[in-house]
Ligand binder design. Structure first.
Ligand code: CDP
Ligand code: CDP
Length: 216
């Protein structure tokens, strides 16, 4: 099979990672969760008591961090990261880390390097618009903020997190705003991306819509 790049972008909770993981399995290609990279840097900053608003310090930490993906898992400095990057504390801070241009340069280099070597599906905010403007396929998933909040709430409840629907909706609306309005590589639908409104749709419905557009 030729080297394939599939971009899946959209706002928080639109279903990008869920759909991208299933498609990766179906097509037997790699899956890269680019949001996990920004979350990992944020997590490391918080753990090291680095002030997220101190760009210089955050960039220095990012430069000193080794990020890798193996078997669809993210590793920083050789250690696997799982649920610790999904907390509300990380969610509340990640967009302020991700708006730093130098941090993005570092993450995008890793993403492009992986895409050069492997067939890959990546989910994020700027994959189709900036990281891989020549991707073979580009999808842009959307859903209403209420539905995205409900989905995330259900997921976090099931994992045992103490949180409220209001807090989650507030977080995703705030992140969407910072992500859409940042100066460099904001959240935006690429002109040639296929937009799929996932509101009221099951995961299977969305997977089928995506798969039906891919000709191998
Ligand atoms: O899964 P969820 O939608 O909550 O977020 P995520 O995909 O894990 O991304 C977390 C944050 O990382 C986003 O809110 C963005 O601020 C940032 N991000 C980004 O700026 N660019 C990407 N390609 C991926 C994520
Ligand atoms: O990666 P992103 O933030 O776009 O969303 P996600 O983490 O893949 O999905 C958020 C939650 O919505 C997950 O618990 C999914 O099971 C659920 N969901 C979905 O992804 N797609 C639907 N059509 C319905 C529910």
């Amino acid at each position: 099979m030729r080297n394939l790049v599939i971009a899946v972008d959209g706002p928080a909770g639109a279903g990008k990672s869920t759909i991208a993981k299933i498609i990766a399995n179906r097509l037997n290609i790699n899956y890269i969760d680019t949001g996990a990279m920004y979350r990992a840097i944020t997590y490391k900053c918080l753990k090291n008591n680095i002030d997220i608003n101190n760009e210089e310090e955050v960039v220095k930490l990012a430069k000193d961090t080794d990020i890798d993906f193996r078997d669809n898992n993210i590793y920083i400095d050789g250690n696997i990261l799982k649920e610790e990057i999904r907390t509300m504390e990380v969610s509340n801070n990640v967009s302020n880390v991700a708006k730093i241009k130098e941090v993005r340069y570092l993450m995008v280099d890793v993403q492009r390097e992986i895409g050069k070597r492997n067939s890959v599906i990546l989910d994020g905010r700027d994959i189709g618009s900036y990281v891989f403007p020549n991707a073979d396929y580009k999808f842009y998933l959307v859903a209403t903020p209420e539905e995205r909040g409900q989905r995330r709430f259900k997921e976090l409840k099931e994992k045992g997190y103490e949180t409220t629907l209001e807090e989650i909706i507030k977080d995703i609306i705030k992140r969407d705003e910072i992500d859409s309005n940042r100066e460099f590589a904001p959240l935006v639908k690429a002109d040639d991306a296929i937009e799929i409104d996932t509101t009221g749709k099951t995961i299977d419905d969305v997977v089928e819509s995506v798969i039906s557009k891919i000709n191998l």
